[in-house]
Design a protein around this ligand. Structure first.
Ligand SMILES: *[C@@H]1O[C@H](CO)[C@@H](O)[C@H](O)[C@H]1NC(C)=O
Ligand SMILES: *[C@@H]1O[C@H](CO)[C@@H](O)[C@H](O)[C@H]1NC(C)=O
Length: 372
């Protein structure tokens, strides 16, 4: 992009920078979320570059369809909290989110180079800031749409929780956003299938439009990490229960007013201790095993792309209280395991036909691996 183009882009984006939200207290989201006034909705729509669908939700919905809407609302509220906090950190130049710190590193360059470098970096962070605001406003509309639909079907709206994020710099924030967006992109496939099984035709179409939006967002997260924007020819799939468990990693325990109204399973946590690269290797994982399931055979099952799940025997390494460490092969080469892989410790060796059959036999998961 030429500097002139960037300036033009920036001035049209300056509008959003001005809408930067302030920090909020416990369980509190900006813009009146999760129940904004009609005026607040108008402002969110303007900033999001578009509107909520203005047709009514369909007259009937399947019971699985309701579970879909609850999971979507639960996820989108978490995303709204995340992006709100990220914008707040950039706006307030919190350490790790402050471009000015980086200026010191370029002082050694000659004057012209330095000015150019700072200029480009500032442009980068300002675009990042403005685009983050845009992403955040669009996520607010997703959350609203799911909760409005629940209300329409006379089901309680999902309330936000208190959240905590394991990051303290801009780069890690974007890497985390890319990871949870990958899980969302896989999970929305499951949402569409469940809507299809329940004959919730109109809702399936609307989710397809959201999948595209999340994919566009993901292209930007990936590009700003220096990766190619489109991750795989067929994105990795997931299951609602894996997303439900993964989001709870960022939730302060006991802070969700009505998480108990979401009828999904929460698995034991699974950590990938050695991040694998693009080759065959053994990886070490750690999981909670309060019931001593590791006294019997367990497997590490991988979900990648649209392929049949890959099952590898898990070798016990050590136990410390209820925490178990174990090792298994990550068979990259035979399976071309690029992009997101969802790992799960399973109590069966399968063979599994799909992600939901893996979830049925899961003890601990999801462990999230992204190669390339
Ligand atoms: C914002 O910054 C604080 C302080 O470093 C950090 O604890 C928090 O995780 C950051 N949040 C995001 C979303 O980057
Ligand atoms: C993984 O560990 C097993 C058992 O120790 C070993 O036989 C195998 O060669 C290892 N594989 C790789 C790719 O390192």
């Amino acid at each position: 992009m030429r500097i002139l183009d960037i300036t033009v882009a920036l001035s049209s984006l300056a509008l959003f920078a001005a809408a930067a939200p302030a920090p909020f207290g416990k369980n509190q989201l900006p813009d009146g979320m999760p129940s904004p006034s009609p005026d607040q909705v108008k402002l969110i729509e303007q900033a999001a570059h578009g509107t909520l669908p203005n047709g009514p939700p369909p007259p009937v919905i399947s019971s699985e369809g309701i579970v879909n809407l609850k999971l979507i609302a639960f996820n989108e509220l978490f995303e709204v909290a995340f992006f709100n906090e990220l914008i707040t950190n950039i706006t307030n130049k919190v350490e790790g989110y402050d471009i000015d710190e980086e200026e010191d590193h370029v002082k050694v360059l000659d004057a012209l180079k330095a000015i150019l470098a700072v200029c480009i970096k500032n442009v980068h962070i300002q675009i990042s800031h403005s685009l983050t605001v845009l992403v955040f406003q669009q996520e607010e509309l997703h959350a609203l749409r799911a909760n409005d639909a629940l209300e329409h079907f006379k089901v309680n709206k999902i309330q936000p929780c208190e959240y905590t994020f394991p990051i303290s710099d801009f780069k890690s924030a974007i890497a985390l956003a890319a990871t949870f967006t990958d899980v969302v992109l896989g999970t929305l496939q499951d949402v569409v299938e469940r809507f299809a099984l329940g004959r919730d035709v109109d809702l399936a179409r609307e989710i397809a439009s959201v999948i595209g939006q999340e994919g566009e967002q993901q292209g930007w997260f990936r590009a700003s990490q220096g990766k190619i924007p489109s991750e795989l020819p067929f994105l990795t799939t997931s299951d609602l229960n894996f997303a439900f468990t993964a989001i709870q990693d960022f939730v302060v325990p006991g802070s969700c007013p009505n998480i108990n109204e979401i009828p999904l399973r929460t698995f034991e946590g699974l950590k990938i201790l050695s991040t694998p690269g693009p080759q065959d290797q053994n990886i070490t994982v750690q999981f909670n095993d309060p019931d001593h399931e590791a006294d019997h055979s367990l497997w590490l099952t991988y979900i990648n792309q649209q392929n049949l799940p890959i099952v590898e025997p898990l070798r016990f390494v050590s136990r410390n209280g209820k925490e178990v460490q174990a090792e298994a092969l990550f068979p990259f080469e035979e399976n071309e395991m690029n992009g997101l892989t969802i790992a799960a410790v399973t109590k069966s060796s399968g063979p599994f036909t799909d992600a939901s059959s893996v979830a049925q036999w899961t003890l601990a998961g999801p462990g999230l691996i992204i190669v390339n």
